[in-house]
Design a protein around this ligand. Structure first.
Ligand SMILES: [Zn+2]
Ligand SMILES: [Zn+2]
Length: 329
């Protein structure tokens, strides 16, 4: 339930009711949501052709996002009609604003997130100098259930709004502190203001130590994997993408950790079309950068998926040339 509130907080307007009867779209409806590829370059058309690499969204189980939220979907055409914020010559960068302490390996963790955002959104990303909590006027409290400190999101957003750099497309604060948006709430994972182009996301609850559980040896990789996913999902909202109801996709809504863990890191063709339309990146270059990132950080399943996708788009030989290139990203 708490995560529902968070996702509303970070999302654009859509209504929430509680007697949902979500029926997954048909294959024809999924294709239609991708939009027309007429007149697009051949490579881009191929990248928007789902082929066999994308799974349709399944029927939700009780407790899943689509079992509890009415979402009618945002097709590519609807996205264009909504006139979302787009990066331009003046507002051309994503800024990441670290807030408070990060675990050991902090520099590497932030550097990885920066690399990932740059590869994913194919725009410049800059990490701002960390803000120390004690230097800021941010309300905090101790959560009575967890005993952990939490900071108030609205104070963070207020602070960010005051310092949005002139060339920022958006400023995203990232923190290992737990968050709450209002004294009556237990917690939120994050909150954003699309109009003011600022957001704050917490990774606190992706760390087993938060729940008093032991961190096993690959916890840093899992923390990075979940953090990359939340960064890709929430930053997509900053570009005006609403939750995806067509394929298994990083932009699917999620109600609980198990559901968000089952979301893939990739964008489905509907969401890829939206982001490509907004940013105008080269799809092959983007997949190539993502492939090398995934391989370097050991996200093997994702690397394999991207390699398969590249084979579909540019053919076996050209895909091999990309994936065998060393150290490029
Ligand atoms: Zn969302
Ligand atoms: Zn999607």
């Amino acid at each position: 339930m708490k995560q529902i509130l968070f996702l509303i907080a970070v999302s654009v307007a859509f209504s929430v009711t509680f007697a949902m009867n979500f029926k997954p779209p048909t294959a024809a409806e999924r294709l239609s949501a991708i939009g027309s590829t007429k007149g697009l370059p051949e490579i881009l058309s191929k990248a928007l052709d789902p082929g066999k690499d994308f799974k349709p969204i399944p029927t939700p189980k009780p407790g899943d996002w689509l079992a509890e939220h009415r979402e009618t979907g945002q097709s590519f055409d609807n996205f264009v009609k909504s006139k979302p914020n787009r990066p331009d010559k003046t507002r051309s960068k994503i800024y990441l604003q670290p807030l408070g302490e990060f675990p050991e390996g902090k520099i590497a963790f932030l550097e990885r997130l920066k690399e990932y955002a740059a590869a994913y959104f194919a725009i410049k990303v800059q990490v701002l100098p960390s803000l120390t909590l004690s230097d800021q006027i941010i309300t905090s409290r101790t959560n009575p259930y967890t005993g952990n400190r939490q900071i108030l999101t609205v104070d963070v957003l207020f602070l960010l709004k005051k310092h949005v750099p002139a060339d920022a497309f958006c400023v995203l604060a990232i923190t290992m502190e737990d968050l709450y948006p209002d004294p009556s709430w237990n917690f939120v994972f994050g909150q954003a203001s699309l109009r003011e182009r600022v957001g704050v996301y917490s990774f606190a609850r992706y760390d087993p130590a938060f729940y008093g559980n032991k961190r096993n040896k690959d916890y840093e990789k899992i923390l990075l994997w979940r953090s990359c996913k939340v960064l890709a999902h929430e930053t997509s909202h900053m570009f005006g993408l609403q939750h995806c109801i067509y394929f298994k996709c990083v932009v699917n809504g999620s109600n609980h950790l198990k559901e968000s863990d089952s979301r893939p890191l990739h964008l489905c063709p509907v969401c890829l079309h939206k982001l490509q339309h907004s940013i105008r990146f080269n799809v092959v270059e983007r997949y190539s950068n993502l492939f090398h990132f995934y391989r370097e950080v050991g996200f093997d399943d994702e690397a394999q998926w991207v390699a398969g996708r590249l084979r579909w788009i540019v053919g076996e030989k050209a895909a091999r040339a990309i994936t065998e290139r060393k150290g490029a990203h």
